[in-house]
Structures are given as structure tokens and as C-alpha cells.
Design a protein around this ligand. Structure first.
Ligand code: ADP
Ligand code: MG
Length: 322
């Protein structure tokens, strides 16, 4: 490596735009010191991206930096937390200057946008792997959980579903499948719904971010809440590109139902909060769509235009699934 571990830390990670009041000691000592506000709970999440598993090997460094933080922020959004700071474990095959420049640009662009400070980490040599641990705050007792969905609650999602999976297909089948800029952008630059997640505090009975596909992640809410759901396939929010593909072949609905990497929120709201929800949606400027209803019977029942429909769908991605 032309640059030592300490050169890399000093050059790329120590000087940052964001300096937070709650960070008493940041990068430079053996550990960081955080002064947590008295009326807040700390919400902590960690996600790892492994080259070739979570992103194609030829992904731009800038997109990797952005996405590594974005997928973590999405977990905070799903909890209704306000993001505060993060740590970074970076394993690199070599200290490639261009790669590090790009990675830091993508990472700190998103960190600055949300006022996040990098407070520490670890830098090692090996196969390209990025782990980020992120933390944020919620007022005590107000975090959104997966376990509160009740029969009769409406089920909603933010944004459009399936575009990131479409983007991955474009990259994996390059040459035989038409390239779609919008879809590849959605794959590389997920938008954590942080402001909206916070607006859902006190409104949503349950919330999750969709990382492994709608059916898989909604399934986690249903299991945690001990309920089931009816989903209306024709209500799924789709981009124009995906809508067209679904009209040509209904198998393409699988991209929206089971494709990963959307990083949209799926959440449940009791009808009694409908008016408050509608005003939160208006304020957010997001597309928010009701896609179904919580029912007492376990499992997910898929409907289309009022009729039950069965689709053979591959499950969301699972590591170690054989
Ligand atoms: P130690 O050997 O005591 O664990 P290190 O030499 O690994 O400490 O790290 C020195 C300082 O640099 C620590 O504050 C650590 O948190 C920080 N650091 C190391 N790698 C990174 C990184 N990739 N991003 C941010 N901070 C880092
Ligand atoms: Mg030490």
C-alpha cells in the first residue's frame, strides 16, 4: 500500500464538514465519547456491504460510499430516528487513491446532507467490505417497531417498488436487456426516508424498511405483530418503466413484490389516524400508496382487481440459504 492505514484515516476520514455537539471525542483516540441527551433513546444499526454480494464488482466507488451509508440510514428511518453519527469499518484490497477519493466523496455527500459525523472506525486490508454502524435518537419511548400492526390497519409503502431490482437486472443482463438509467440510479442511490420516518412517530403502528423485497419484509411485520395481510397487486406503486413491463408480462410484478434494495418504508396505520397521516404525506412530498390491509389470519394473500391471484415468487435474498 502506498499510503499507510494512518495516512488514510488522516487524509480521508478525519477532516469533516459536520461537527456535532453530542460528539465529545471523535476520531483520534482509542474510542469515541458521545454525550447522549437525557430525554432521548439511542437507536443503533449496522449493515455490511460485501463486493460481489451486495453490489456488482464494477460499481463506482462513489456509489459504494453513498450506498453503504444510505442502507444504514434506511434502518434509522424505519425506527423513526433522527440520524446523528456513524462508525466505519473499511476493508480494502489496496490503498487505491482514486477509489478512496470517490468512496469518501459519496459517503460524505450523504453524511453532510443529514448532519452526520463519522466518529471512528477501523481500516484493514482484505477483500472489499464496508461495514457502517449508524446511530440516531428518538424521544424516549417513541421509536417505531415491527410489532404493533393490528387487524384493520391499512398497509402503505413510500415511493415506487421494484426499480432497484430492475436496475440490477440491467447490469446483470447487460447486452440482452435494455439499460434503464433511472433503475440503475435507484439501485446505486437509495433514498432513506428519514424525515417521513420521523413524521410517522405516533401514527404508524408498525414500520420496516424494504431491503429484501416487499413480501419478505412485510412478512417480518406480520410475524412480529402476529397478524396477516391482504395485498392488492394492482395498487403497487410502479415506475412507468415497470408498469409497462408488468402489462406485457405479469411475471414482472415479482420485481416489485420480491425484488430487493428498494429502501422504501412499509408501514401500517390504524384508520383512526388517517387524517393525520394524509397531512404528513402532503408535507413530505413523497408518493405514499396504500397497498393492502392487515387481517387476523396469518400469511399474505395476494389479490388483483378484487380477485385472489397466485404467483410463484422467489423469496427475498437470504445469506446462507444454500
Ligand atoms: P486502535 O488501534 O486503538 O483500535 P486505530 O489505529 O485502529 O485505533 O484507529 C485510530 C483512530 O482512527 C481511532 O479513533 C479510530 O476510531 C479511527 N479510525 C480508524 N479507521 C477509521 C475509519 N475507517 N473511519 C473512521 N475512523 C477510523
Ligand atoms: Mg487502541
Amino acid at each position: 500500500m502506498p499510503q499507510s492505514e494512518f495516512d488514510i484515516i488522516a487524509h480521508y476520514f478525519k477532516n469533516q464538514q459536520v461537527k456535532r455537539d453530542d460528539v465529545t471525542v471523535g476520531i483520534g483516540d482509542d474510542a469515541a465519547i458521545i454525550s447522549i441527551p437525557a430525554d432521548r433513546q439511542l437507536i443503533v444499526a449496522l449493515d455490511t456491504l460485501v463486493a460481489g454480494v451486495h453490489f456488482p464488482d464494477n460499481t463506482q466507488a462513489e456509489d459504494i460510499g453513498y450506498k453503504a451509508l444510505a442502507v444504514n440510514l434506511s434502518d434509522l428511518a424505519a425506527m423513526g430516528a433522527a440520524p446523528a453519527w456513524f462508525t466505519l469499518a473499511l476493508t480494502l484490497p489496496s490503498a487505491d487513491k482514486d477509489w478512496l477519493d470517490g468512496f469518501a466523496r459519496g459517503l460524505f455527500e450523504l453524511a453532510a446532507e443529514h448532519g452526520l459525523e463519522l466518529i471512528g472506525g477501523d481500516t484493514t486490508q482484505g477483500p472489499l467490505t464496508i461495514s457502517i454502524q449508524v446511530a440516531g435518537y428518538v424521544p424516549t419511548g417513541r421509536a417505531l417497531l415491527r410489532s404493533g400492526a393490528r387487524t384493520g390497519d391499512a398497509i402503505y409503502v413510500t415511493g415506487n417498488l421494484g426499480d432497484a431490482a430492475l436496475g440490477l437486472r440491467c447490469l446483470q443482463q447487460a447486452g440482452s436487456f435494455p439499460y434503464n438509467d433511472m433503475a440503475v440510479y435507484r439501485l446505486n442511490r437509495p433514498q432513506a426516508r428519514l424525515a417521513f420516518g420521523q413524521a410517522l412517530r405516533g401514527l404508524a403502528s408498525a414500520c420496516i424498511d424494504i431491503s429484501d423485497g416487499l413480501l419478505a419484509d412485510l412478512g417480518h411485520i406480520l410475524t412480529a405483530s402476529n397478524v396477516g395481510a391482504r395485498i392488492d397487486r394492482q395498487a403497487l406503486p410502479l415506475s412507468v418503466s415497470l408498469q409497462t413491463m408488468c402489462q406485457q408480462d405479469e411475471k414482472n410484478y415479482a420485481l416489485a413484490l420480491a425484488g430487493g434494495d428498494d429502501y422504501e418504508l412499509c408501514f401500517c396505520v390504524s384508520p383512526q389516524h388517517d387524517a393525520a397521516l394524509q397531512s404528513a404525506i402532503q408535507q413530505s412530498g413523497l408518493r405514499v400508496t396504500q397497498i393492502g390491509t392487515i387481517e387476523p389470519q396469518a400469511g399474505i394473500r395476494l389479490h388483483h382487481a378484487g380477485q385472489a391471484c397466485n404467483m410463484e415468487i422467489q423469496h427475498g435474498y437470504e445469506h446462507f440459504a444454500g
